[in-house]
Design a binder for this molecule. Structure first.
Ligand SMILES: C[S@@+](CC[C@H](N)C(=O)[O-])C[C@H]1O[C@@H](n2cnc3c(N)ncnc32)[C@H](O)[C@@H]1O
Length: 310
């Protein structure tokens, strides 16, 4: 039920994900998964994708979907924009739901809002002709903002209406209705498509290096941060594993954040530096860079590069 992008081709055919054809819908920010359960009941023939950033919500939703016997949903933990760009094929989606998105009310945080012109451009390439996004929110300012952003892009026709009853049964809907707050709803129907391609992320072969010299003890390690144009890499922690060292790293790229395990361990041909075998991230340019950052840290500890491929 959980989508693991590293194990999928980009884009992934819905038949491969769901084992059947059918209309494809996506919920962005599904929270505790209540709406996905509703939707699965209302539209048993639809294949449902869900994207949610918060890991705790994803676990809660997974438990709920299993408990309710929903088989037509597949969940992704991470940014919906990553799922749209990489996993969803062009013109594949019939419907996208955004229920009570984070409003980011402070002016300086507005750039974090999801429903902005660049998002609508990407969305236009993944929705089928006439497909639509349905927005339900309690936040009048974000509501007007998203309408303005969509109109500025010129790819969507926007229609305000009463929210469909099923969108009023989410956790946040209940919270705002209990406080008697008004709820706003609009449909954004695709009218044209952005000419931008929004190509999927490039993937690379396994990055690694061979070094010579003695590995330092884990105690000398200190958190190492590199902020780069393509990715931010943080080597967070290091610990001893047998004669080698294991490193926990966080790699942040445009719409993708991954925690990965790297290792540096003695081998017959030198100190091998690369990904831990049981860690199978998406090998992006950021993951390649993380190996480079580790190699540079090891160079500062006195090791020398014999061979590199990253
Ligand atoms: C205010 S909550 C609403 C949750 C749920 N839709 C409801 O109505 O109860 C917004 C949710 O959107 C998620 N979220 C925010 N930005 C996201 C993004 N770019 N991709 C996926 N999920 C996102 C947050 O983690 C959060 O769980």
């Amino acid at each position: 039920m959980l989508i693991v992008p590293a194990s999928l081709p980009f884009p992934a055919e819905p038949e491969r994900l769901f084992g059947r054809g059918g209309p494809l819908a996506l919920e962005i920010g599904f929270g505790d998964g209540r709406f996905l359960v509703e939707l699965a009941r209302l539209r048993p023939q639809w294949n449902l994708l869900g994207a949610e950033m918060a890991a705790a919500s994803v676990s809660r939703a997974l438990r709920r979907l299993r408990r309710e016997g929903v088989r037509s949903a597949r969940l992704y933990r991470g940014d919906a924009r990553f799922l749209l760009r990489n996993v969803v094929p062009p013109r594949a989606l019939e419907r996208v739901y955004v229920n009570f998105p984070d409003p980011w009310p402070k002016k300086r945080h507005q750039k974090r809002r999801l429903l902005q012109t660049p998002f609508f451009e990407l969305l236009s390439t993944r929705l089928q002709d006439g497909g639509s996004l349905l927005l339900t929110t309690d936040h009048p300012d974000y509501f007007e903002y998203s309408l303005d952003q969509a109109r500025a892009g010129g790819l969507f026709e926007v229609r305000r209406s009463e929210p469909p009853p099923e969108t009023l049964r989410t956790k946040y809907a209940q919270k705002w209705l209990d406080q008697s707050k008004p709820i706003y709803h609009a449909a954004f129907e695709k009218k044209a498509e952005s000419p931008r391609l929004f190509s999927p992320l490039r993937r690379y072969p396994m990055p690694h290096a061979l070094m010579e010299g003695d590995l330092p003890p884990a105690q000398v390690f200190a958190k190492t941060v590199e902020t780069g144009p393509r990715a931010n890499v943080v080597l967070l922690e290091a610990w001893q594993a047998g004669a080698g060292l294991v490193f926990l790293a966080r790699v942040e790229e445009e719409d993708l954040a991954q925690e990965i395990l790297l290792e540096a361990r003695p081998s017959a041909s030198g100190v091998y530096v690369g990904l831990r075998p049981n860690c199978a991230p998406l090998i992006s340019s950021g993951v390649k860079r993380a190996v480079g950052v580790l190699v540079e840290w090891l160079e500062r500890q006195g090791l020398r590069i014999k061979q590199s491929s990253y």
